[in-house]
Design a protein around this ligand. Structure first.
Ligand code: HEC
Ligand code: HEC
Length: 431
């Protein structure tokens, strides 16, 4: 695959010395080798085409304006043709049920160009008010797109109130609601919220749209994605949502094992004895699967699935007692007593990498999580009935079973996903 490089120089303050310098040379240089479609795009946008000795498929552009006139110096590397996002090869156990869980709206199907634009936006620090943080600052690929810090820090160094959530298979969260308290009604709504959040990115969407319109790299990418170079809030949301929906993780050792047997309850040939024993705990005595791998509800009754390790709806898992001064989760949003203390949980896929755990990141390790279910489930008016018995008597898993369960959870790690270049940072950071 040929690589295209967008060289993204920028300046601090407007007008600046660099700006005067830039104005004496062609403002944007596009160096293209073998790139047919973007040539037209870049020409239309007033960029000059320079055939040079540069490596094939290199695009170089000049200046961008960011909020308050600040800009960081950047280079952007994009492959040409783009990576494939629109089609994902799913193993059978995932393919069989994917359509029942998919929250992709008909109005925003994933395209390669749309998700490519989303990828650039996701990693672009100019989406924050002072150019210091991007989405990826709190959602890093190596941690399953979550944050190893208990509380991420936003554009001015202030801490957010809850633990960052891993971003994996969000496309397959059927209700299509997002955040720990599910306050976002759709992914398209959600992706714009961090940009205007006063702690996270502190920008204004009205200003950001104008800023991106003037930015050398964006009009061509918007044209590729949506047919015309106009930057709008809705297009911004659609592109980011497309990129996030394309983050599908189905290549873990669990998936390899599951693909080799008829039933998820059979021993997996690629698992150690301990991992198979841990799987047995997950589905059996420890009852984790009842919430974290829920049956699919159909007209004919519940049908098992072995693809999506996600709750169907927010629940109370007894990490807090029923007190006023603790985070009320969904209850704070809905104002209803029966929602108090309920939280969404992230997918268990890549859970080994996305520590710390729970909405406030209180547990550092999977052992601590299991110990919670083992002995520390607290009574709560909304405690899920499946955990009532644990609250009264404990789960009381012996050491061997606890260790095996943790080993099973680690088989959900998908190193292909974590290392996939199509989800990686397209910017080359020079400093
Ligand atoms: C300063 C850190 C920070 C930045 C920057 C940030 N996020 Fe987040 N993100 C979080 C935190 C913390 C949560 C959970 C917040 C909550 O539920 O109240 C979250 C939650 C999410 C969720 C919900 C996941 C789910 O399963 O419900 C999505 C999607 C998301 N972020 C995408 C983005 C995108 C897209 C951007 C950039 C436009 C972004 N985030 C920028 C910290 C951040
Ligand atoms: C009654 C349903 C239920 C059962 C049973 C259950 N969980 Fe959970 N789990 C939840 C909820 C709800 C959360 C999110 C709670 C929060 O953050 O406030 C959660 C969170 C987690 C998390 C942290 C996710 C993250 O991204 O931080 C892990 C790991 C986890 N559970 C593992 C397990 C294991 C292992 C078992 C079996 C021993 C289990 N769960 C049993 C409902 C359940």
């Amino acid at each position: 695959m040929k690589a295209g490089t967008v060289n993204h120089d920028a300046f601090d303050g407007w007008p600046s010395r660099e700006d005067r310098y830039v104005s004496t040379i062609p403002r944007f240089q596009v160096i293209l080798g073998g790139m047919r479609i973007p040539v037209l795009t870049f020409l239309v946008c007033g960029l000059s085409l320079v055939s040079s000795s540069a490596q094939e498929g290199v695009i170089e552009s000049g200046v961008i304006e960011s909020a308050g006139g600040r800009v960081a110096k950047r280079r952007l590397v994009l492959p040409q043709p783009p990576y494939s996002y629109a089609t994902t090869d799913l193993p059978i156990h995932v393919r069989q049920v994917a359509k029942f869980y998919d929250n992709t709206p008909a109005s925003n199907q994933i395209t390669d160009a749309g998700a490519t634009l989303g990828r650039v936006l996701f990693y672009d620090r100019s989406l924050s008010a002072n150019g210091s943080v991007s989405c990826s600052s709190c959602h890093s690929q190596s941690t399953g797109f979550s944050d190893e810090r208990r509380f991420s820090t936003g554009f001015e160094g202030k801490e957010v109130k809850r633990n960052s959530m891993s971003l994996v298979n969000l496309r397959f969260y059927k209700s299509g609601r997002f955040f720990w308290d599910e306050r976002a009604n759709s992914l398209e709504d959600q992706v714009l919220m961090p940009i205007e959040d006063p702690v996270e990115m502190g920008h204004s969407l009205v200003m950001l749209v104008k800023q991106l319109q003037k930015d050398a790299i964006y009009p061509p990418l918007f044209r590729e994605a949506f047919g015309t170079p106009e930057v709008t809030e809705q297009r911004l949301a659609r592109a980011l949502a497309q990129f996030i929906r394309s983050m599908v993780s189905v290549r873990s050792r669990y998936d390899v094992g599951r693909s080799a047997v008829d039933s998820v309850h059979d021993p997996f040939p690629n698992f150690s004895e301990q991992e198979n024993y841990g799987k047995q705990q997950f589905f059996g005595r420890a009852r984790c699967s009842e919430c974290h791998l829920p049956d699919r509800v159909t007209l004919d009754g519940p049908v098992g699935q072995s693809a999506f390790f996600q709750l169907t709806t927010p629940l109370v898992n007894g990490i807090d007692s029923d007190l006023k001064d603790v985070d009320g989760g969904v209850g704070l949003v809905s104002g209803r007593s029966e929602d108090w203390g309920r939280f969404k949980a992230t997918s268990l896929r890549n859970i080994e990498l996305s520590a710390p755990y729970m909405h406030d990141g209180r547990f550092r390790t999977l052992d601590q999580v299991i110990e919670h279910y083992n002995w520390s489930v607290k009574p709560h008016r909304n405690l899920d009935p499946r955990l009532q018995d644990f609250a009264a008597n404990g789960l009381a898993l012996p050491e061997v079973e606890k260790v095996a369960l943790a080993e099973f959870l680690k088989t959900l790690t998908d190193s292909t996903f974590i290392n996939d270049p199509k989800f990686s940072d397209p910017f080359v950071h020079e400093e």
